[in-house]
Design a protein around this ligand. Structure first.
Ligand SMILES: [Zn+2]
Length: 119
């Protein structure tokens, strides 16, 4: 068991999204993903607007530009909500990842309360 668990936040998700978009540009998956952008936006306009935010990225502004929280938020494996951060619990062996869960603070608090009730 690790001494601390990795936390994944908005910057992690945004960097992952950017890497993913780069990899999939031009293929059908990419087209589907771009489909989540506001109908009246052009992909290049969206990119330009994000770049214009500068190095000190405001992730709320990114959400506004893209029209979706999906680019900057982590998804909780327990409740499915898009949240600012999740913590990864469980074992993370190099060859498979079936024993980990990324969980939000709300679900973690509910789990703690349930454990405390149990005594
Ligand atoms: Zn949750």
């Amino acid at each position: 068991m690790p001494h601390s668990w990795p936390i994944f936040g908005r910057r992690d998700r945004f960097e992952e999204t950017c890497a993913w978009l780069k990899t999939h540009a031009g293929d059908p998956v990419w087209e589907r993903y771009v489909g989540c952008l506001p109908k009246d936006s052009k992909w290049q306009d969206v990119l330009d607007a994000i770049v214009a935010l500068g190095n000190n990225l405001d992730f709320n502004a990114v959400d506004t530009i893209t029209g979706t929280p999906a680019w900057t938020r982590q998804q909780c494996d327990e409740c499915g909500e898009l949240v600012h951060a999740v913590i990864r619990l469980g074992e993370d062996p190099p060859d498979y990842d079936m024993s980990t869960i990324n969980i939000c603070i709300a679900c973690l608090n509910k789990a703690v309360a349930q454990l405390e009730d149990h005594g």
